[in-house]
Design a protein around this ligand. Structure first.
Ligand SMILES: Cc1cc2nc3c(=O)[nH]c(=O)nc-3n(C[C@H](O)[C@H](O)[C@H](O)COP(=O)(O)OP(=O)(O)OC[C@H]3O[C@@H](n4cnc5c(N)ncnc54)[C@H](O)[C@@H]3O)c2cc1C
Length: 456
């Protein structure tokens, strides 16, 4: 160690790596961050942000198409693909610049290149300029993220057969897009492209979209897709994709054959861990994800893992919180009792129309575990603000302990669900009761009022 200054070397500059770098530097560490591509990581540049920006454009289009329902004269609206491309690039550049200046302002040294472990305290970097750099570290943080899973039967070409990462936006607007995979990512892309006006077919391997989620929530989304003309192909697994000049053909395991102009695969992700030197240094992993303890330490005590590579909840919000926790732990702040990251209390959202958000214990899981809970639910049709917004779809549901009234979880389907869930998330984390929610004086008219009513 150089004097008392701890040296952090972080491989991967997504939300996990950059948050860890910023906090560790603030706490007095000497920090080197290695990034092979773009600072900000997949979250800012390839996954969360561009997908949400495209969804916001689609949402604006849908609202304008329904202008007459708000008492406005009919509005003509048309997608400008080049303007959309510039908008996405503008957001990416803005975010990359702001993350880079934040790191710079904290004194973090940025190294452009590919990092790998060479020992328990050393990292080598194949730098972008062709040189090699050897770094010594007291603490090493692996935060190399994940990438879309591509099965061997999918001939991805980035033109007709796409992953999410070819879609911001794709080379052309698909006339008829077949989306394979009906998890969170799949349904968001169905929503995105159907709001742009593409015909969309969704291949659903089970008997509901969003497998594993509350069936009541999934039903609202399925209905909204059907209302918009999305074709749902239920209980089918795609097995092969063939392309011709103008068409794609998807064959399913039950014999069904689907044709369209483009295919998008959204069937999960895999960790970026192949060339990290894990085995050589004795870092234990399982299916490529590094095994970690509750402090995010790997089997090698000074090597930590943040983000998707930890195999925990693959969310940007989780990655950055893990990054902060690692910085604090690595700098010795967690010597006494402290609050560990509780993944069961992480709020998450699905940016469809209507939006879906949830936190804590789900009704469906409480039921499966045979746990006694109180479930209260109020539809948005009861909300004055929902009427004002001309959107009364969905509901808010609160799960609480019948004995103590403590809020255990909740789900919201409806406009602004991703924002509204914050109230329930805070209640779950702080151990608040339904009475605390009922007695909160919310703004009127506002969608939040429904949460007080749902708690009653
Ligand atoms: C389509 C899609 C939408 C999503 N939307 C949301 C959302 O709305 N909200 C949310 O919370 N989460 C969302 N996620 C999940 C979120 O993107 C990830 O959980 C998050 O990016 C994980 O952050 P990370 O720091 O682990 O890695 P990443 O963001 O993947 O960053 C890892 C970085 O490491 C770099 N790297 C890899 N290997 C090396 C190496 N050897 N040397 C140097 N650099 C390296 C990569 O270039 C990359 O920049 C979405 C995911 C997808 C696929």
């Amino acid at each position: 160690m150089s004097g008392q200054t701890k040296r952090f070397v972080i491989i991967g500059g997504g939300p996990g790596g950059t948050t860890c770098a910023t906090y560790a530097a603030r706490l007095g560490a000497e920090v080197v961050l290695i990034e092979k591509d773009i600072v900000g990581g997949a979250a800012h540049l390839l996954d969360c942000i561009p997908s949400k920006a495209m969804i916001a454009t689609g949402g604006a289009m849908s609202m304008m198409k329904r202008a007459a329902e708000m008492g406005l004269a009919k509005v003509q609206v048309e997608l400008d693909f080049e303007a959309l491309r510039r908008r996405i690039q503008g957001i990416e550049t803005h975010l990359e610049d702001s993350v880079s200046s934040l790191l710079e302002s904290q004194g973090v040294r940025l190294v452009e290149g590919v990092g790998r472990l060479t020992g328990t305290n050393s990292v080598a970097v194949d730098c972008a300029d062709g040189s090699t750099l050897d770094l010594e570290a007291d603490i090493i943080v692996l935060s190399t993220g994940s990438r879309p899973r591509i099965p061997e039967w999918a001939p991805i070409d980035g033109i007709r057969v796409l992953t999410t990462r070819h879609s911001y936006p794709p080379p052309e607007l698909p006339e008829h897009l077949i989306v394979i995979g009906s998890g969170v990512t799949g349904v968001e892309f169905v929503h995105m492209f159907s709001s742009f006006g593409s015909e969309v077919t969704l291949v659903v391997s089970r008997n509901q979209v969003l497998p594993g989620k509350d069936p009541e929530v999934a039903k609202v989304l399925e209905q909204s897709f059907l209302d918009r003309g999305v074709r749902l192909v239920m209980g089918a697994r795609a097995q092969s994709i063939e392309t011709s000049d103008s068409q794609v053909t998807v064959r399913c395991d039950d014999g069904r054959v689907l044709t369209g102009t483009h295919v998008l695969l959204a069937i999960g992700s895999m960790p970026n861990s192949e060339n990290l030197g894990l085995d050589e240094v004795g870092v234990e992993s399982e299916r490529g994800y590094v095994k970690v303890d509750h402090n995010l330490k790997s089997s090698v005590p000074n090597i930590y893992v943040a983000g998707d590579l930890s195999g925990k909840l693959p969310l940007s919000s989780v990655a950055s919180t893990q990054g902060r926790k690692i910085a604090e732990h690595g700098m010795g702040l967690h010597a006494g009792p402290h609050r560990h990251l509780d993944y069961d209390k992480a709020a998450s959202a699905i940016f469809t129309d209507p939006e879906i958000a949830e936190v804590g214990l789900a009704e469906v899981d409480a039921f499966a575990e045979g746990r006694k809970v109180r479930v209260t639910k109020v539809p948005f049709s009861m909300s004055a603000k929902a009427l004002i917004n001309n959107d009364i779809r969905g509901f808010a549901k609160i799960v609480s302990d019948p004995a103590t009234g403590v809020v255990l979880g909740g789900s919201i389907v409806g406009r602004h669900a991703a924002e509204l869930i914050a109230v329930i998330a805070l209640a779950v984390t702080a151990g608040l009761t339904v009475t605390d929610l009922v007695e909160s004086l919310f703004v009127h008219p506002a969608l939040t009022e429904i949460l007080g009513e749902a708690a009653e």
